[in-house]
Design a protein around this ligand. Structure first.
Ligand code: ATP
Ligand code: MG
Length: 145
């Protein structure tokens, strides 16, 4: 059964362009609950570790530089089938290939500066949520009822 949580970041480019509000509005519209959220400036160490699967690739250094160029909004999103549904909402990695109406199509500047991150599997979602949030910083829907 697919998990109920995914992890997202609104990347520095979208923050600089004042797209935090519009992106969060789309997230809420699609009925994702924001279970955790913080506004932070990633350290070099955090960015390197977060994108360590891409270490050695030609875009890695530039990606780390971009991800540490300003603050990001990090959040845990809750919904049935969260990982797949959120990847659908954000669209393809390359905004040129992203479907009309997706977050990346609307707000990305380039393949690198592509507005948002979204976990690509339940396993990575769990790891990424744990990377950024302690259990005391999470407020899933169940706790609010
Ligand atoms: P993310 O992990 O950020 O959600 P993704 O899973 O769609 O994106 P990945 O293949 O994991 O894509 O790449 C991670 C990030 O690295 C991309 O979101 C993008 O910012 C950057 N990136 C990926 N491929 C390239 C590339 N060829 N050139 C420049 N940047 C790239
Ligand atoms: Mg990825």
């Amino acid at each position: 059964m697919p998990g109920r949580f995914t992890f997202t970041m609104i990347k520095p480019g979208a923050v600089r362009n004042e797209f935090i509000g519009p992106i969060l509005a789309m997230i809420n519209e699609k009925k994702f609950h924001i279970a955790a959220m913080k506004y932070i400036w990633l350290t070099q160490k955090e960015a390197r570790e977060f994108y360590s699967v891409h270490k050695g690739k030609p875009f890695y250094e530039s990606l780390v530089e971009f991800m540490t160029s300003g603050p990001v909004v990090a959040a845990i999103l809750e919904k049935e089938n969260a990982v797949e549904d959120y990847r659908k909402l954000i669209g393809a990695t390359n905004p040129i290939e992203a479907e009309e109406g997706t977050i990346r199509r609307l707000f990305a500047e380039s393949l690198e500066k592509n507005a948002v991150h979204g976990s690509d599997s339940d396993e990575n979602a769990i790891n990424e949520c744990n990377f950024f949030f302690s259990k005391y910083e999470r407020f899933p829907m169940e706790d609010l009822k």
